[in-house]
Each structure stands twice: as C-alpha cells, then as structure tokens.
Write a protein that binds this ligand. Structure first.
Ligand code: ZN
Ligand code: ZN
Length: 153
C-alpha cells in the first residue's frame, strides 16, 4: 500500500485537509514515536526543506485535537507525541536518558487501574508511567567503575 495514500486517508478521516506539512508530520511520528515537538520540527525541515516552527506546532495541536496523535508529558520531560492512540497503553521512561518505551495496558482497555478511593470522581483514564533505568543506562551504570573512555572527536 502506498504509505502516502494511507496517511492522506487518515487525515481526511479525521476531518483534516491534506497538506504537505501534515503528511510529513504524521509520517515522521509513525517512524519516530514519542518525539518531541522540537524533534518533529527538525525532521520535518529535513524532509520538507522549510517549514516554520509555528506550522509544526499548529499541525501537532490539530492532530492532538483530532485524536490522530496522543500527547504524553512525563514529569520533567517536554511533551512527547505518538500516533498510537486509543489503546490505553502505558510508558516506561528512563530516568537517566529519557528513553520512552510503550508497554501494553495491563488489561487492554481503559480504565485498567482504579484508585483505592476515587473520591466521587468518574474515572475514565489511568495514565501510568513506569520510571526506571533503560537497558543501556543500566549497562552504563554497571560499567561505571572502569576508567573513563578516551574522548573521540
Ligand atoms: Zn536510559
Ligand atoms: Zn506510546
């Protein structure tokens, strides 16, 4: 299937006009899940030649509102954007390098987790972030005792 065609179909399905920045941003988020707006902007510029910061932020805002894109904001991190929406998945986030990995929802649907006391709230979503160290950072930490590596360029 032509990837461009399927992207265009998704844009139209969400009630959005198909424009080059929108196609590029949606494609980039498919290829780079959990990208920051800054990363999207850099990649979009590589792909499109020139695109304004405002245009990228407008596209991300439109996608988020339309439900094409999910925005997550781990504490202390800039907002991250991803195209995997509506499946109530959760995230593993590395405290050291910020790497973010999807983890399937514990029961596969919202709400998979209820507070011990919902205090009268009608809960419709549980957003879970599992904080820790990613495999690379664990390995780095384990080898911290060796002498520092020589600087290379
Ligand atoms: Zn890490
Ligand atoms: Zn995710």
């Amino acid at each position: 299937m032509d990837p461009d065609a399927s992207i265009s179909r998704r844009l139209r399905g969400a009630g959005l006009r198909v424009t080059a920045p929108r196609v590029a941003v949606l494609q980039l988020l498919e290829e780079h899940p959990h990208a920051t707006a800054q990363t999207v902007e850099r990649l979009a510029r590589q792909r499109l030649g020139s695109v304004s910061t405002q245009a990228v932020y407008d596209v991300l805002a439109a996608f988020t509102t339309a439900g094409l894109v999910r925005r997550i904001e781990p504490a202390g991190s800039p907002a991250l954007f991803e195209t995997r929406t509506g499946d109530n998945h959760h995230h593993l986030v590395c405290r050291a390098c910020g790497r973010t990995t999807d983890v399937d929802c514990a029961v596969g649907e919202s709400v998979c987790l209820l507070p011990a006391d919902s205090a009268g709230y009608l809960v419709d979503e549980a957003e879970v972030v599992f904080w820790g160290l990613c495999p690379d950072c664990r390995r780095d930490r384990d080898t911290d005792t060796r002498p520092p590596a020589e600087e290379t360029g």
